[in-house]
Design a protein around this ligand. Structure first.
Ligand SMILES: CCCCCCCC/C=C\CCCCCCCC(=O)SCCNC(=O)CCNC(=O)[C@H](O)C(C)(C)COP(=O)(O)OP(=O)(O)OC[C@H]1O[C@@H](n2cnc3c(N)ncnc32)[C@H](O)[C@@H]1OP(=O)(O)O
Length: 166
């Protein structure tokens, strides 16, 4: 584990977007998140929920809303620190979120001390709050993903299908 493959900064996609590993090959955010405006520790996003993420009729599944908060709350800090993970995420669902209708999300860094980050965001439509999100992030330790792979490799599948550390 001497060389840390996780040490390099994130490269923007061909179209200049900051995308996660699943979306990078598509060169588009599959959640429908776009950065609209960025200042140092505040980022404004324009977000459209794809109809494929609807839960109730014409309204977003709550898991989509949570995933959007996970994304935007990470992005606001990723612009400062490229090696982050989400430690906790809390979402308040205030009103239904319509699909295929642009909504705004404003995300900010509230606090940053050492490896610890506190970030928050609000999703609005025409100035009315639809949902709010709050997260604790951590700067990843070196070799975060390699440690995970090493831990996973130590797990053995028992005959009844359960996992046990070898
Ligand atoms: C996958 C991330 C990719 C992000 C970047 C993509 C770039 C694209 C750019 C833009 C796109 C838009 C952005 C999308 C972003 C999405 C963000 C996410 O969704 S992140 C995924 C969900 N979050 C997790 O998977 C965290 C899982 N949790 C942890 O890894 C730990 O709990 C952690 C780091 C949060 C703990 O941090 P502590 O500061 O509270 O505590 P400590 O002391 O560091 O660790 C506690 C215990 O956990 C072990 N630990 C920590 N890291 C570990 C690791 N990597 N492998 C194994 N164990 C680990 C430690 O050894 C320790 O264990 P002992 O208590 O001593 O037994």
């Amino acid at each position: 584990m001497s060389e840390d493959p996780d040490a390099s900064a994130i490269a923007p996609s061909p179209s200049g977007r900051l995308l996660c590993g699943g979306c990078a090959p598509h060169d588009a955010c599959r959640l429908g998140v776009e950065i609209a405006d960025a200042r140092d520790d505040v980022v404004r996003f324009e977000v459209v929920c794809p109809r494929s993420w609807h839960g109730g009729p014409g309204v977003a599944h709550g898991g989509w809303t949570a995933a959007v908060f996970d994304d935007v709350l990470s992005v606001v800090a990723l612009r400062v620190e490229p090696r982050l993970v989400t430690k906790s995420l809390a979402v308040s669902y205030l009103r239904p979120v319509p699909v295929e209708r642009p909504v705004q999300v404003l995300a900010r860094i509230d606090r940053h001390v050492g490896r610890q980050w506190e970030v928050s965001a609000e999703m609005t439509l025409a100035g009315t709050a639809l949902a709010t999100g709050r997260a604790e992030l951590r700067t990843r330790h070196p070799h975060h993903f390699a440690r995970h792979e090493a831990w996973l490799a130590r797990q053995t599948l028992s005959p009844n299908g359960s996992h046990a550390e070898s």
